[in-house]
Design a protein around this ligand. Sequence first.
Ligand SMILES: *Cc1c(COP(=O)(O)O)cnc(C)c1O
Length: 398
Amino acid sequence: MSKAFYTHLENTLKQLKEAGTYKQLQYLTGPISGKAAIEGKSNSVLLCSNNYLGLANKPELVEAGIAALKKYGAGAASVRFICGTYDIHRDLEQKIASVMKTEAALTYTSAWNANTAVIPALMGPGDAVISDELNHASIIDGCRATGKDVKKLVYKHSDMASLREKLQEAGNGNKLVITDGVFSMEGDIAPLPEILKLAKEFDALVMVDDSHATGAIGKTGKGTAEYYGLEGQVDIITGTLGKALGGAGGGFVAGRKSVTDICVQRSRPHLFSNSLPPVLAAIGLAALNYLESHPEMVASLHKKVAYLRSKLNAAGIKPLEGDSAIVPVIVGDTATSIKIAADMLNRGVYAIGFGFPVVPEGTARIRIQVSDALTYEDIDYAAKVMTEVFAAHGFAQK
Ligand SMILES: *Cc1c(COP(=O)(O)O)cnc(C)c1O
């Protein structure tokens, strides 16, 4: 037990608190919808969940989970290739493949696992991964996990001239271009048509992480490819069941059968970590079925996004532009963003201030995530509180 080490940890935590960047956990005491019951606070309008379609507490999903618990029990107690594969995994994977218009799909316990699994499983010595600079941390870790013999190239955010340069630098091995579909901190959508065109020119593969896109964009919620009318043209789609698709948890890789099969044979999270609990597979499957029969949820979500944006604009608060359900308002420094979020929460509106190192220094922001579970009254109240709190912090109110 090294005393010096623990003193070092304590000092690091103290510095975070002094800098105003220490993250305080909030404990919820019930299911989420447009509002959340937060321990010790009032019932708050929820603007920071990934529950874009409001499916997290849909009776159809909850019932599917209960039925699966009764049928399969609490858990698998095994990895997939030993005794952890259930018929419900196959049902879910076939459904994901049909929704994503790919040959096959394979589930993981999270999208984090899916990304850190598939990238090293596919790339070998002499190959190159080419990643957008704003890609999710799990993609960055997935690229790192390919080891020293795979080139790691990073292109400027959604910048096609920069991507072209990196494709030229990549050499003659296999090339995998990786992008988020919807970028989590900016709310913007990757320029998929241009990326696919460049990839074709250089005979590169394209992988899109649609974690914030599945269920949230595209006419029927099928994500970035549907948004652009390019379904079936992306080599690999990864995504999560932990956001718009009910929020329970789970991730997937969708693509050619040879891709998912190599992941079964080789990918480390698949070989060494338990399979997706059957209960989560059942909830994910119920979410996809529900979305298929209620595609109007997606249009309803986007009407609410537009309504919130119009209210904020009218108050002189100018979020970053974008077509997703993520509405970020830049406030500058990290401590200010955390203070604004705290003031909002004190008035019953729950959003998070994100600062360095999650976003670049000087671009701290309040990130609003709109959900179809919000009522128009919820949005009116949230906009009123934001207007007043932002004004109190010196952000222009017209
Ligand atoms: C949230 C997110 C993940 C992680 O999803 P989990 O299923 O919670 O692990 C991965 N990639 C992106 C782009 C995300 O936004």
